[in-house]
Design a protein around this ligand. Structure first.
Ligand code: ADP
Length: 184
């Protein structure tokens, strides 16, 4: 994986990386999950396949115990065979037409992922482009919410987290990240 840009905000590094999130070595990898935690497509499928069966098994147990995850919220499992301690399963919104709280729900999915990592005392986290694949969220709008959530989190509540990585799999999405995450 290749670091394409990095910025520093209040001593937290934000890195934009081109590659596969399952290759990252971080304390937590965020999954772009659905409410049922059925990891059957997109980045979720890759995470569940490469991470081994414990990821889907722990996800099933979580849903059995707590019910489906509300959009904008997160659930945590172990990292299985991936190079991370935890997977934070974040449920982003399905894009309809922008009038169904999509913005606040995507913001929440990112903000709650970061908050959860901080609660767990983690130093580093990697996130994919939540909602921007199968869920159809337009990327130029999505990156604004990613940035807003990261910025607010770093300015208001970050304690343990020192490195936030966005791992972009699709080269076409990179330019949108580079344009939005540009504060130096
Ligand atoms: P959603 O259902 O939230 O839209 P998807 O998994 O369909 O989630 O897509 C989210 C983003 O993850 C897309 O931009 C897709 O290109 C990207 N993606 C797919 N596989 C990987 C991977 N292995 N590493 C990082 N990002 C990935």
């Amino acid at each position: 994986n290749k670091i394409v840009n990095q910025i520093n905000l209040n001593n937290v590094f934000i890195k934009i990386i081109y590659g596969d999130i399952t290759e990252e070595k971080v304390d937590a990898i965020v999954n772009a999950a659905n409410s049922e935690l059925k990891h059957g497509g997109g980045v979720a499928e890759t995470i569940a396949k490469k991470g081994g069966p414990t990821i889907q098994e722990e996800s099933n147990e979580y849903v059995k115990k707590h019910g489906f995850i509300k959009t904008g919220n997160v659930a945590v499992t172990g990292g299985g065979k991936l190079n991370c301690k935890y997977i934070i399963h974040a449920v982003g919104p399905i894009w309809k037409d922008g009038t169904n709280n999509e913005e606040i729900l995507l913001y929440s999915a990112v903000y709650n992922s970061l908050t959860k990592a901080d609660e767990l005392g983690l130093k580093s986290i990697a996130l994919p482009a939540i909602s921007a694949g199968i869920f159809g969220y337009p990327i130029e709008k999505a990156v604004k919410m990613y940035f807003a959530a990261v910025y607010d989190f770093i300015c208001h509540s970050s304690k343990s987290l020192k490195e936030i990585r966005f791992v972009v799999y699709d080269e076409k999405l990179l330019e949108y990240f580079l344009k939005e995450f540009d504060i130096q």
